[in-house]
Design a protein around this ligand. Structure first.
Ligand code: ZN
Length: 79
């Protein structure tokens, strides 16, 4: 089932973070689990994230910066 709350972005962690070099499969920040915006942008540029998803991610941010860490609820559901 796909609802807004179950949308996750595993693609974000299929690549190394270009900012902090967290390896593929690992979060940039352990608690709360989150990833740098730079990583989202990298995945988006590679065509692994949808424009709609990026819009959701950016909508959660107060400060938009490559080193911002994304810990949006949608992402916390993933393993
Ligand atoms: Zn990172």
């Amino acid at each position: 089932m796909t609802t807004a709350s179950t949308i996750t972005a595993p693609a974000v962690r299929t690549r190394q973070c270009p900012l902090c070099e967290a390896p593929a499969g690992e979060a940039c920040q352990p608690k709360p689990s989150g990833d740098h915006l730079a990583r989202y942008l990298d995945a988006y540029t590679a065509g692994q994230l949808t424009k709609a998803y990026m819009a959701r991610v950016l909508g959660e941010l107060v400060v938009v910066d490559a080193c911002a860490v994304i810990t949006i609820p949608a992402q916390r559901g993933e393993q």
